[in-house]
Design a protein around this ligand. Structure first.
Ligand code: FDA
Length: 310
């Protein structure tokens, strides 16, 4: 990533946490171009998209958008929303699971209450035979997110896993420890603004670490979700697993809803497990801004969609 791109990304990611901008976006609704990355504002809209993807051979993970709630009442609303989502997935026969953010369950307010809310969701998912992924947010929450997942594992819930971000220096150690405990992980490059004290800055360094982490997991045999749109990494995974005769049942590719759709379809056709991350809900703003920050061209796409509507 050159210096211009890094500044652009940093400025946009600063906007992701801005409450005034979030409120403004809510007023303009999905007209800002968010519909390309977000399945809709309601669960019904998300289920329609999940069924469409399933029909194309693509599994889903549904994310009821929300993060950094400011009260425990809001956290409770998230919990109830996710319980309804789990029951809907089961009732509608969706090939899918769920992804949630710990700060949506009040991690920043009360760790115990957050853990209890997540436990309720994981327990219901276990009853329904479904899996729960705790997304990884920015670095103040890394330890506590891993801590919650560890605790739930110790309590016997094997239907829960989390995410490791290749841009953090610590991730090699985290992967090693969690692999020893046979935890299901999703590997990503990392989407938040982090200081260079704790995170790699250049694309090359992040990509190299992503490959190291993927290799460690594939060699270990513990189930891994490789979440990237980076075709050079995907091709490398395909040739590495062929060379080492690693069965396709040990890993899956994941991509975000609306990004690289033809690639998602072609991998699924080739017989790989592909899962699309399908976000929905009214609180789409921070998620949307992170998608813009990943690719400068997306900002032009938004500008065009706003201008063309007028
Ligand atoms: P990279 O950024 O190098 O992009 C490779 C290519 O993919 C680009 O050249 C472009 O063509 C395409 N591309 C990438 N992003 C795009 C975009 N927004 N719009 C259009 N094209 C794009 N992060 C995190 O910190 N915590 C988490 O829990 C998760 N969860 C998660 C789940 C899933 C299923 C995915 C795919 C990603 C995440 N992420 C995440 C986000 C992740 O950290 C990362 O920011 C994005 O995946 C972009 O990085 P790539 O690996 O795609 O590579």
């Amino acid at each position: 990533m050159d210096i211009g791109n890094r500044l652009f990304r940093s400025a946009l990611l600063g906007l992701a946490g801005n409450r005034a901008a979030r409120a403004l976006s809510q007023r303009y609704g999905m007209k800002l171009g968010a519909r390309r990355f977000v399945a809709g504002e309601t669960m019904e809209e998300a289920i329609v998209q999940a069924k469409r993807l399933n029909a194309e051979g693509i599994a889903v993970t549904l994310d009821f958008l929300g993060e950094s709630v400011s009260s425990l009442e809001e956290a409770k609303t998230s919990e109830l929303g996710y319980l309804e989502l789990l029951r809907t997935i089961e009732r509608e026969g969706i090939n899918g699971n769920i992804s949630l953010k710990p700060t949506q369950f009040g991690l920043a307010l009360d760790r115990t209450a957050c853990e209890e809310g997540i436990r309720t969701v994981v327990k219901e998912a276990a009853r329904l035979g479904l899996f729960v992924r705790l997304d990884m947010e920015d670095s103040p929450w890394t330890d506590s997110t891993i801590g919650i997942v560890r605790k739930l594992h110790e309590e016997g819930y094997s239907n829960v896993g989390t995410v490791i971000q290749a841009y953090l220096y610590r991730s090699g150690r985290d992967v090693q420890a969690m692999t020893a405990n046979k935890m299901n992980l999703r590997l990503v490059k990392g989407a938040y603004k982090e200081s260079r004290r704790i995170a790699f800055e250049t694309k090359q360094e992040v990509d190299d670490n992503m490959r190291r982490l993927i290799k460690a997991r594939l060699d270990s045999g513990v189930y891994t979700a490789i979440a990237t749109h980076d075709q050079s990494i995907i091709r490398w995974v395909q040739s590495y697993t062929r060379m080492r005769a690693i069965p396709r049942s040990r890993f899956e590719f994941q991509m975000l809803y609306g990004i690289r759709n033809p690639l998602q379809r072609s991998l699924a056709k080739e017989g790989y497990t592909v899962r699309s991350y399908v976000p929905f809900g009214r609180s789409w703003y921070p998620y949307f801004v992170r998608r813009l920050a990943e690719r400068p061209a997306n900002v032009m796409f938004v500008v065009k969609s706003v201008v063309l509507r007028k």
